[in-house]
Design a protein around this ligand. Structure first.
Ligand code: HEC
Ligand code: HEC
Length: 288
């Protein structure tokens, strides 16, 4: 073997390679680095064997463990659905008024109801169920059609003036549009309605309006204007208005009869979801 040359300046052996007088020192990689590097290669090969690694034309190498995140997720999903399924079945069987007695079931129904509300009901009733003009607030204790959980369940299932045959129906006559009473009578009736909340300024009109109301309106709104839930006729003596309590809004209600519509959900949402919604709406504050 040729004797290696030692570099004068550094005292290190050279490799014998030389370019234009520049010589290469023989400084191999540190052992620890080299062995770490070999170890990573061994690790990588092991990994290819054990885990899914290489794409093939039709799929990929699955590895001897057969590990798959997709399969893990599918398994977890199945387990979650099984757990939910039990609660769903139980909810389906439990009568409406007994759901509250089981905390687990109640929590399940509330979560499902809240989620379904956001998607299906929020656009009309508001995300917080606070309502808008013509779309009732569901947080208060004022119910057009009844605030028991059974009432609410029925309203949600069949809707209000929807085309469902079990829908809640009743239609306030269109007093102005159909010329059932004249404008003077509409005005008087409106003044009487306003007087129920202390807002009328015309006692003479109120006196005349009282008669119009007794003749035309009391059958639905009650003799004292407190409303009737079997007619969906709002309480006119509280400060809660569906369409507004200004003089103009009240006159407009009498003129047109309004007739708000709420879609039926039976058939569109499954029975368990509707039940959950009833539990949720009932819990919002004003449930009876
Ligand atoms: C297209 C608009 C619309 C959608 C969507 C809608 N509602 Fe309604 N809802 C109404 C209107 C309008 C009324 C009032 C009808 C009337 O004038 O009597 C109403 C009334 C109600 C009432 C009766 C309130 C009372 O005081 O008796 C309940 C309960 C109710 N909605 C729940 C729901 C739930 C739960 C959903 C979602 C599944 C929903 N609504 C979706 C428009 C809607
Ligand atoms: C056949 C039953 C019926 C009769 C009769 C009737 N109403 Fe109504 N009234 C209703 C119903 C139902 C509503 C709710 C309409 C809706 O939800 O869209 C209503 C709503 C109203 C409203 C709106 C209330 C609000 O909260 O915004 C006013 C005001 C009103 N009626 C006044 C009268 C007056 C005045 C008369 C008589 C001239 C009368 N109604 C006769 C059923 C009736």
């Amino acid at each position: 073997m040729k004797k290696r040359e030692i570099d004068d300046v550094t005292g290190v052996e050279t490799t014998g390679h030389e370019w234009d007088g520049v010589k290469e020192l023989n400084k191999p990689l540190p052992k620890w680095w080299l062995f770490t590097f070999y170890a990573t290669i061994v690790w990588a090969v092991g990994y290819w064997i054990v885990y899914p690694a290489w794409p093939t034309f039709t799929g990929y190498t699955t590895g001897v463990l057969g590990y798959s995140q997709r399969a893990t997720v599918a398994d977890e999903l199945k387990a979650a659905q099984a757990a939910q399924g039990q609660l769903r079945d139980l909810l389906e069987k439990t009568p409406l008024d007994q759901i509250r007695t089981s905390p687990d079931l109640l929590r399940f129904a509330m979560a499902g109801g809240a989620a379904a509300f956001q998607t299906n009901c929020g656009p009309c009733h508001g995300r917080g169920a606070q309502g808008f003009t013509g779309y009732p607030n569901l947080n208060d204790d004022d119910w057009l059609w009844g605030g028991s959980i059974a009432d609410i369940h029925k309203t949600i299932s069949f809707g209000i003036r929807s085309d469902q045959k079990d829908a809640r129906i009743s239609q306030m006559p269109r007093y102005g549009l159909d010329k059932l009473i004249d404008d003077g009578q509409i005005n008087d009736a409106a003044e009487f309605v306003l007087s129920l909340t202390g807002k009328s300024t015309d006692p003479a009109a109120v006196a005349k309006g009282r008669t119009v109301f007794a003749d035309q309106c009391a059958s639905c709104h009650g003799p004292d204007g407190k409303g009737k839930q079997d007619q969906g006729a709002p309480d006119l003596a509280d400060e809660i208005w569906l369409y507004g309590g200004s003089r103009q809004a009240v006159i407009e209600s009498i003129r047109t009869g309004r007739g708000g519509m709420m879609p039926a959900w039976a058939g569109r949402l499954d029975p368990v979801t509707i039940k959950s919604l009833a539990v949720y709406v009932h819990s919002l504050g004003g449930g009876k």
